[in-house]
Design a protein around this ligand. Sequence first.
Ligand code: ATP
Ligand code: MG
Ligand code: FE
Length: 336
Amino acid sequence: IFILGIETSCDETSASIVKNGREVVSNVISSQVDLHIKYGGVVPEIASRKHVELIIPVIDQAVEEAGMRLEELDAIAVTYGPGLVGALLVGVSAAKALAFTIDKPLIAVNHIEGHIAANYIQHKDLEPPFVCLVVSGGHSHIVYVKDYGEYEILGRTRDDAAGEAFDKVARALGMGYPGGPLIDKAAKDGNAEAINFPRVYFEKGCLDFSFSGIKTAVLNYINVQTQKGEGYKVEDVCASFQWAVVEVLINNLITAAKLKGVSKVALAGGVAANSCLRSEFIRASLNNDFKAYYPSPILCTDNAAMIASSAYYRMIKGKVSDLYLNAVPALKLGEK
Ligand code: ATP
Ligand code: MG
Ligand code: FE
């Protein structure tokens, strides 16, 4: 089964063809990062307009690179939420038009479910059940993946997402956008124990996160050091901040995996590309006898291959959509 996936939920226009949910035949990703850099973040209206410009060429390229004809596709899949409504609508409209034209099923995919499915592409042997830490620009979830398409959220952020915290701290340090990769790089030359930033845990048994406090703590530290005339080492701030975030993420993930009695744990989402998170994840998994799975960096950030993979598992369960499909900007994981 060949599925063409389309992803336009934020600032990446992407189209990909995946065979049987696991094998990437083509994966075209056009990032708009350069367009949004000067604003320090994604501007929704600009993102939508760019998606309109790019969607057809990106789909064409994905089909061409696969060396296939549109008629050879078995289904069209698209991210219908969560994300920016104007951006989502571009992908949803294109997918509906294409599905109608070639008379093949349309499959609606949740973007976060897609992030989790990136692991199926990377690891051909990975099957549920497992516990996955999904950390991205807008989400920080600990998800129990009971079966394909069956999720239980064990913990979530109560305020900022992990990626959002990285981006905000980078902005406070005047480092630019997107902040995650920049902090990751700078932290390599810093001391993670230089500054003791707060780690937030809730009552026993609760696996939720809170990252707005640490962002404020970093801002306060910068201000105090500046006022005292002592200054600070950017690399140390990055390393200490990153370590504090990673420690909480991994501790709660391991607790969740033990709670569910699974033998496998996984990472997903843009922040899963973080080198400190990955190494700590591997270390903690080894220590606790869990088998560890994570996608390569290109499959961590937004891409359509993960959407096509997810769609395969929906399709074989008969979960197809009709042409009335609409974008759902605040879609929750596990919702219809
Ligand atoms: P969501 O998936 O929640 O809808 P999104 O699609 O915008 O949000 P992703 O594309 O999955 O988010 O991830 C982008 C986020 O990942 C950004 O916040 C970015 O800073 C972060 N990120 C990317 N690489 C790294 C890294 N190496 N270290 C830390 N954060 C990173
Ligand atoms: Mg993006
Ligand atoms: Fe994403």
